[in-house]
Design a protein around this ligand. Structure first.
Ligand code: BES
Ligand code: ZN
Ligand code: ZN
Length: 479
């Protein structure tokens, strides 16, 4: 989808108008009568397409929530894509309209237009190709074109980053193996000017990353550790991102039941989000040093599979009793976090589709944020909300910590109780973050929002790119 900034409206374009449900009778709503006849109430997710006048109305129940504009815009573009119009012109209703609202609106239009059609043999092309952004609104408030250009660029970058993550998450495990993920990272790095190092099993062996290696051992698709770098001159801060990149999670010998295995191609969503963010950081050329570390592996079964009862020695020398091979993400992340700490981060964030327990705790739409530093957690929730993502903190506590004790090793890879699983997983990870960096670190469990069976908000069914907007926003706030 292409965005242009215009002053005038032509007659063969579809004009999009946001209607606040309480303002249906407003003088600026030219089609009040028609809308009344259609029983259009202006509530969320409600659209009315009036082809005689080339206008598309979309409802908004709460205009004080900027995200309402984002999600309403996504609803609108889904409707517009079903028509034969080639251009959607964005008109705004509310006079309180600000650049922030316009920005959210553009994001919603772009993100809402997403589709993953690679495997559809009959691919119906949509006519809609262009979004025209008017420099004037109904109150003749004219916007500064430079400012508009800036938000167009910004929302285009956000959309690009989210699309990279969504496309990769939606891609099949046959298409996106660890090697393919590494190749894709290398290609994107070259395009946007990031440094990229790819490490294979030999590197993992040489660096004692035995937990990571164990998880990948039974797969015919060997693991890769991918390290992307954005290295500006005189950076203000150094941020290190770590992503879980399980290109498939069968559960290993602790095999998942058939129904739970479906959609486990999404277990690479953390790594894919890291890649999207790195591309965006490079495009914006932020004065922040950012490293993206992706632990890519496939968790499979086979004669050489790692087993429940094995004891693994991670890169930092800590020993882990394997009690369930389906708790594999934390093993890959353990070694990656030790590697990440060697970069001496000011901020260290890991993103992972780590636990079903986090989905039970927070539902399908919300990221679980864990860590030791309350202010950092607060700032990340704030960045999430500003960017249009949902996030909530889950508190560590010393009682849950006891649940990962092991009789024969330093710790077990699962908690001894089925309750509190998102937090015990987070506390397991904390064992691999050098204490020096405990206050700089956050763990983001994106198991809920990273992938969904049906469309919600600005997301189509499937991969959503969860984490991309929130972390990009956090990093932009540092710059
Ligand atoms: N990748 C899964 C977590 C997951 C589950 C993500 C559902 C998205 C949706 C992870 O590797 C896993 O299997 N975790 C186990 C941990 C358990 C064995 C302690 C889980 O959540 O059941
Ligand atoms: Zn698993
Ligand atoms: Zn997993």
């Amino acid at each position: 989808m292409n965005i242009e900034i215009i002053n005038k409206q032509s007659s063969d374009t579809l004009e999009l108008i946001f209607v606040l449900n309480k303002h249906l009778e407003h003088e600026n709503i030219k089609d009040s009568e028609s809308l009344k006849k259609l029983n259009f109430k202006g509530s969320d997710d409600e659209t009315a397409l009036l082809i005689d006048v080339n206008r598309l109305y979309v409802g908004i129940s709460d205009a004080t929530e900027i995200d309402s504009f984002r999600t309403a815009a996504a609803t609108a573009i889904r409707c517009a894509k079903k028509t034969n119009y080639q251009t959607l012109t964005v008109g705004c209703y509310d006079k309180k309209e600000t650049l922030e609202v316009t920005s959210a609106m553009l994001e919603g239009l772009l993100l809402g237009a997403y589709e993953f059609t690679k495997h559809k043999s009959k691919n119906e092309e949509t006519s809609l190709k262009t979004i025209s952004l008017k420099t004037e609104n109904y109150y003749q408030n004219t916007f500064n074109e430079n400012e508009l250009n800036e938000i167009v660029t910004q929302s285009t970058y956000i959309n690009e980053a989210v699309t990279i993550a969504r496309d990769l998450v939606n891609s099949t495990p046959e298409d996106i193996t660890p090697i393919a993920l590494a190749a894709k990272s290398q290609q994107l790095a070259k395009e946007v000017g990031l440094e990229c190092e790819i490490y294979d099993q030999n590197f993992l062996v040489e660096n004692n990353m035995n937990a990571f290696l164990a998880v990948s051992r039974a797969s015919v698709n060997p693991p890769r550790l991918i390290h992307l770098k954005h290295l500006p001159k005189n950076p203000k801060k150094r941020v290190v991102l770590v992503g879980k990149g399980l290109t498939y999670d069968s559960g290993g010998l602790s095999l998942k039941p058939a129904d739970s295995m479906v959609s486990m191609k999404m277990d690479k969503a953390g790594a894919c989000a890291v890649l999207g963010i790195m591309v965006m950081i490079a495009r914006l050329d932020l004065p922040i040093e950012v490293h993206g570390i992706m632990g890519a592996a496939e968790n499979m079964i086979g004669g050489n599979a790692y087993k429940p009862d094995d004891v693994l020695v991670a890169k930092n020398g800590k020993t882990i009793e394997v009690r369930n091979t389906d708790a594999e993400g934390r093993l890959v992340l353990a070694d990656c976090l030790v590697y990440a700490c060697e970069l001496e981060p000011d901020y260290l964030f890991d993103m992972a589709t780590l636990t079903g327990a986090c989905v039970v705790a927070l539902g399908h739409y919300t990221t679980g944020i864990m860590g030791y530093n309350s202010r950092l957690k607060h700032n990340m929730v704030k960045a999430a909300n500003e960017s249009g993502e949902l996030a909530s903190t889950l508190q560590f506590n010393k009682y849950l910590k006891k649940l990962i004790k092991s009789n024969i090793a330093d710790m077990s890879n699962i908690g001894s109780s089925r309750y509190g699983g998102a937090i015990t997983a987070g506390m397991f990870l904390s064992e691999f973050v050098d204490e020096k960096y405990h206050d700089n670190w956050l763990h983001l469990d994106i198991a809920g929002p990273a992938y969904n069976d049906s469309a919600w908000g600005v997301n189509e069914a499937g991969g959503t790119g969860a984490g991309v907007r929130m972390i990009s926003k956090f990093i932009q706030n540092l710059a």
